[in-house]
Design a binder for this molecule. Structure first.
Ligand SMILES: Cc1cc2nc3c(=O)[nH]c(=O)nc-3n(C[C@H](O)[C@H](O)[C@H](O)COP(=O)(O)O)c2cc1C
Length: 184
């Protein structure tokens, strides 16, 4: 795929097969995350451990239910809804709590990784929902188990895996976003 084709075919996948991804593919995905535009420290934690993914999934679900946010509560109440969508790989992007450009550094790394995954024929989805759980003091032990360094805040995450046939938690078609104005 050329770069435009890859960008246009990337989409959020919200159902995955219970099948690991090849180690080589994972390494390619992580490497491109380290070559994004950058202005500061961040960490990529790659969570393949099923037990830790399950705990993060369940505590994220719980945090969505308790969030007080109607959209998140509605999503969490859908039958069978899993915030990590059953993906075999969860990649957490964290940065020092006081880092000024943490969201840019991690967001740009995440987008590179989403595009690499797409180019490799894998499904992926950008997530902020795990931040609701893992940035809570109550879940500090789980954040440590997931490899997030002390003093880091989780900024975002991605999941990667083989897409299942039915992407049932995604509604509607993708659309162009943002407005554009040319000033000549
Ligand atoms: C800041 C941000 C947070 C997001 N958080 C989530 C999330 O927690 N869970 C999820 O399923 N999708 C999440 N998404 C994915 C968006 O819903 C998705 O990118 C958007 O609907 C466009 O669809 P597409 O990615 O298929 O083009 C997030 C996207 C952004 C930019």
């Amino acid at each position: 795929m050329d770069i435009s084709e890859t960008i246009l075919s990337r989409k959020s996948i919200r159902a995955y097969l219970d099948r690991p991804i090849p180690r080589d593919d994972l390494e390619k995905i992580i490497t491109v995350g380290q070559w994004a535009p950058n202005a500061g420290a961040f960490q990529i934690s790659v969570v393949r451990n099923a037990d830790i993914r399950r705990k993060i999934n369940d505590r994220t679900h719980d945090a969505m239910v308790r969030s007080g946010n109607a959209f998140l509560q509605e999503r969490a109440s859908l039958p069978g809804y899993e915030p990590l969508y059953g993906a075999p790989v969860l990649i957490l992007l964290s940065a020092p709590a006081d880092a000024p450009y943490a969201a840019f550094n991690t967001g740009l790394a995440a987008e590179n990784m989403l595009l690499e995954a797409t180019g490799l024929g894998l499904g992926s989805c950008f997530l902020v929902s795990p931040t609701l759980a893992l940035n809570k003091e109550d879940n500090h032990d789980l954040a440590q188990e997931a490899g997030i360094p002390d003093g880091h805040t989780l900024q975002c995450a991605i999941v990667v895996g083989y897409a299942a046939a039915e992407n049932r938690f995604t509604v509607g078609e993708r659309a162009r976003k943002g407005s554009v104005r040319y000033i000549d």
